[in-house]
Design a binder for this molecule. Structure first.
Ligand code: HEC
Ligand code: HEC
Ligand code: HEC
Ligand code: HEC
Length: 213
């Protein structure tokens, strides 16, 4: 049997690494933290199999949710007037991301624990010092539809444009037609790109999937 050369093994692992990722070893792998649960260490900080929180449409959610009651939302002269595009309070899975990322809830506050002391910091904290400021972040929690694309003129039609991930933008990147944090990121590192992105962004491929610039 021919033994694989070091370079072909490297090539193979690069191919596998770019097609398929996993949560182990990522920034969302908390298993080596002192506060990681004894059981189900990779998942339990975020999910539980029983007695999950009752947040609407959250997948068996186990983490305490954000303490922010009302966020400062994105606005700009060119964004706001687009007929029909009203931006709402972060909803769906974005609210789950912000449970840790706005820095108002301790990371180890899961499974009913409310006394944690480790908060997310630095560039990983989205929402400014108060945790409630999303005005300087890419807008989320608004509908990105065919109508918006034709009004804007600089956006691809989400219903017909391929995302490059197998389906259309609407199928692979939107949630009930809404743009959310998970439009660009995969929380479980499914795609294996840095920053948990759904695709490479070296030549702004991610941006150009939706923006026709
Ligand atoms: C850092 C938090 C976090 C960790 C850790 C995590 N998840 Fe998730 N998971 C989420 C969020 C947020 C969503 C909803 C957003 C989404 O679907 O992309 C989700 C969605 C899901 C879903 C439903 C949607 C889907 O992708 O099928 C399943 C199933 C799931 N997670 C399983 C797991 C399992 C199993 C583990 C452990 C191996 C795990 N998750 C670890 C945050 C996490
Ligand atoms: C249980 C808390 C928790 C939840 C829920 C959570 N994150 Fe994170 N996330 C973290 C922590 C902690 C880090 C790493 C911070 C560090 O390394 O200091 C991180 C890092 C990241 C990074 C940077 C990864 C890198 O490699 O640099 C991205 C992107 C990210 N998270 C996106 C998301 C998105 C999107 C969601 C929701 C779909 C989400 N996170 C939900 C805690 C969380
Ligand atoms: C339109 C696409 C898009 C959306 C929506 C989006 N992100 Fe990101 N995010 C990115 C890109 C691209 C990067 C990498 C930036 C870089 O490396 O310079 C990034 C980086 C990050 C990082 C790492 C910051 C750092 O400096 O290392 C975190 C954490 C993060 N995002 C969390 C979130 C959360 C939470 C949300 C929702 C509130 C969100 N993102 C929404 C595209 C997006
Ligand atoms: C999943 C689709 C999607 C991706 C990916 C995406 N965007 Fe967007 N982006 C939108 C939509 C839709 C809007 C809202 C446009 C509007 O109504 O003006 C928007 C808004 C913006 C705005 C504000 C426009 C304004 O008028 O205020 C900027 C700037 C922007 N995006 C830049 C980026 C950059 C840079 C990236 C890559 C890191 C990116 N976007 C990735 C869909 C996307």
């Amino acid at each position: 049997m021919k033994i694989l050369s070091a370079s072909s093994i490297l090539m193979l692992s690069t191919i596998l690494g770019t097609c398929y990722g996993q949560i182990a070893g990522t920034a969302h792998d908390f298993s080596s933290e002192s506060w990681a649960p004894a059981q189900n260490r990779l998942c339990a900080v975020c999910h539980t199999t029983h007695n999950a929180s009752t947040i609407p449409s959250a997948p068996l959610w186990n983490h305490e949710t954000t303490a922010v009651a009302g966020y400062t939302l994105y606005s700009s002269a060119t964004f706001d007037p687009h007929g029909g595009t009203s931006i709402t309070e972060p909803g769906a899975s974005s609210k789950l991301c912000l449970s840790c990322h706005d820095g108002t809830v301790a990371l180890e506050n899961f499974g009913g624990i409310t006394t944690g002391t480790n908060y997310i910091a630095g560039a990983y904290r989205i929402g400014g010092v108060t945790g409630g400021d999303l005005s300087d972040d890419h807008p989320i929690s608004f509908e990105y539809t065919t109508a918006l694309a034709s009004l804007d003129g600089g956006l691809n039609d989400p219903a017909t444009t391929s995302s490059g991930l197998g389906g259309t933008i609407a199928q692979d990147m939107l949630f009930n037609n809404q743009l959310q944090c998970a439009s660009c990121h995969d929380v479980h590192n499914k795609y294996g790109f840095s920053r948990l992105l759904k695709m490479e962004n070296t030549n702004s491929q991610l941006c150009l999937t939706c923006h026709n610039k």
